[in-house]
Design a protein around this ligand. Structure first.
Ligand code: UD1
Ligand code: MG
Length: 458
């Protein structure tokens, strides 16, 4: 095998994802099952991209229209494998004639792979000037994995568990399913692979013995057990997710995030949390969520795509989605903040308050049992208990309520939108406001009290 040294070689990744995933017992294609909030194949693709691989080819088959719809927007190319005739046949579907440089082959259902692993494999491959390498791992329980056969220490072949003798099955070094080779190795030996085995499949593992027979430089690269962690069942899916959450919790604690019980927090890899912040048990932080320093997030909060500032209190059982919480605000317990809600600095949102599309000013307060939708609330305004904006009308359109600064809204008030209230106005308790209220005015819009003396004859 010839190798041009010096100049960096092009890198291509081939990700195998055409298999059925029968043991998942699920209508969703296996590689689309989420691990820590993302389809598992997206983790593999991201690892490749972060390792600097731009030519990424995904082999699709079962459920391919769904798989394509998810992975193509990530900037990869899909190739169909018409019939699942084995892993070698899957690689063949990647139009290998058009590949130059080095190729890494991965399984789409190994979601724990990280860019640092791939970089390490490529480095070893180059440092040892190999033609072909297979990444191996030593497992306590090697189950169905292909076994690594060595002779006097050197790699000889990979034998599939189902084709192995009981003696071979005792070997604990396994094929993780990750390979790196020069593209010429694929072009030379892939066409020579035959399907003479128990399953009648074209095994990619036969590439190893073919290349060795032809005196190519082939060696194993020992990886960690997590590289071998493939997802084949729902239990393995849950296990993989748990490992990703633990890894994230560990990383955050290393950077000074406090966790009362890291085993029960569910923080997706994409989330950013600054040091000095405290995360209580059973907190879910998802998507593009970012949390500043010295913030406290109490138990059972579910927070999606939300920006949270510094020194914020998110009390127990709050649900936040696509909002912005500025510094020193306090939210909850039991608050629900829906998309496009912005809570100002030092503002307070108390229990059983729901907001949707609200700009809630600095220092404003809504302490209890309130619904605000499509509203703008000025700074320092106090929204009394039981206030409701009536934003949705019979014409199925949404209307806006605008309340100025330092307004006092008495309890149990309704604002029938569209309606505006000026700065420093006062709304009497129990009012149903249907007309604009000018600045500094008092508005009372409720039935007058009628008191009948000695009404109860008892
Ligand atoms: C394969 C390896 C085995 C290794 C294990 C690691 C072979 C013959 N065996 O076994 O040595 O220990 O992976 O997980 O390669 N796929 C296709 N098209 C096909 C067949 C499979 O795209 O025609 C895809 C699957 O979707 C999966 C991957 O290839 O992502 C591996 O296939 P799978 O059937 O799981 O191979 P294993 O039996 O696990
Ligand atoms: Mg498998």
């Amino acid at each position: 095998m010839k190798k041009d040294s010096g100049t960096p070689r092009a890198k291509t990744a081939i990700i195998l994802a055409a298999g059925k995933g029968t043991r998942m017992n699920s209508p969703l294609p296996k590689v689309l099952h989420p691990v820590a909030g993302r389809p598992m194949i997206a983790n593999v693709i991201e690892a490749c991209q972060s390792a600097g691989i731009t030519d990424i080819r995904v082999i699709v088959g079962h459920g391919q229209s769904l798989v394509k719809a998810v992975v193509e927007p990530l900037g990869v190319q899909c190739f169909s494998q018409v019939q699942q005739l084995g892993t070698a046949d899957a690689v063949r579907a990647a139009q290998i004639d058009s590949i130059e440089g080095d190729v890494i082959i991965l399984n789409g259902d190994h979601p724990l792979l990280e860019a640092s692993d791939l970089k390490h494999f490529f480095k070893t491959f180059h440092d040892e000037k190999l033609d072909l390498a297979v990444v191996t791992a030593v497992l306590k329980n090697p189950k169905e994995f292909g076994r690594i056969i060595r002779h006097q220490g050197s790699l000889k072949a990979i034998v599939e568990a189902r084709d192995a003798s009981s003696e071979t099955l005792k070997i604990r070094e396994v094929n993780t399913g990750v390979y790196i080779c020069q593209s010429d190795v694929l072009k030379d030996y892939l066409p020579k692979i035959q399907n003479k085995n128990i399953k009648g499949e074209y095994y990619l593992t036969d590439l190893i013995s073919l290349a060795i027979e032809d005196h190519c430089k082939v060696a194993p690269i020992l990886g960690s057990a997590k590289v071998a962690l493939g997802v084949n069942t729902q239990q393995e899916l849950a296990h993989a997710a748990r490992l990703v959450y633990r890894r994230k919790a560990r990383e955050l604690m290393e950077t000074g995030v406090l966790m009362l019980d890291p085993l029960t927090v569910y923080i997706e890899p994409s989330v950013v949390v600054s040091s000095g912040t405290v995360i209580h048990p059973n907190v879910h932080l998802k998507g593009s969520t970012q949390v500043g320093s010295f913030t406290v997030i109490e138990p059972n909060c579910f927070i999606v795509d939300t920006q949270i500032g510094e020194s914020v209190q998110i009390r127990a059982n709050s649900y936040l989605e696509k909002c912005l919480i500025k510094n020193k605000a306090s939210i909850g317990p039991f608050a629900r903040l829906r998309p496009e809600t912005e809570i100002g600095e030092g503002a307070h949102v108390g229990n059983f308050v729901e907001m949707k599309k609200v700009k809630f000013g600095d220092g404003a307060k809504a302490g209890h049992l309130t619904y605000l939708g499509d509203a703008e609330i000025g700074r320092e305004t106090n929204i009394g208990c039981g206030t409701i904006t009536c934003n949705y009308a019979l014409d199925k359109r949404k209307y806006k309520t605008k309340i100025g600064e330092r307004v006092f809204v008495g309890s149990d008030s309704q604002f029938v939108a569209p309606v505006e209230v000026g700065d420093d106005a006062v709304i009497a308790s129990g009012s149903t406001i249907t007309e604009n209220v000018p600045a500094r005015a008092l508005a009372v819009a409720r039935g007058k009290q009628y008191t009948k003396p000695n009404y109860n004859k008892k």
